[in-house]
Design a protein around this ligand. Sequence first.
Ligand SMILES: [Zn+2]
Length: 128
Amino acid sequence: MANPKMKERKPLHLAKLHVHKGDTVLVLAGKDRGKRGKVISTAPRDGKVIVEGVNIAKKHVRAGVGVAAGIIEKPMPLQVSNVMVVCTECGEPTRIGHDRIPIGADQKPRTRRICKRCGKPIEEHTRD
Ligand SMILES: [Zn+2]
């Protein structure tokens, strides 16, 4: 049975975002419009991102096993269309372009993101 509250999710092969985890983004809409923050996680199939310190919801938590009662502040997901990637080179919010060049030790052609303002590649977040 389909839950009517569930929004349609994109098939995996179509789910691509211009925003990646670790990017700094500028928020364009909503109560936190104008704020900048770091992307904590992305949900490509839902077209959503979670940004540090943005769209905070207060959640009241009941005491449980090993959990104290209280109010938890949790960032809620934002629509990707409402954020803009901030370029790691020029520090300005920008649209994203792509190009394919041979990078890395094996010189395989790989796609990278390009800042539409300064034309330099956007730095990717390295996994820790
Ligand atoms: Zn730039």
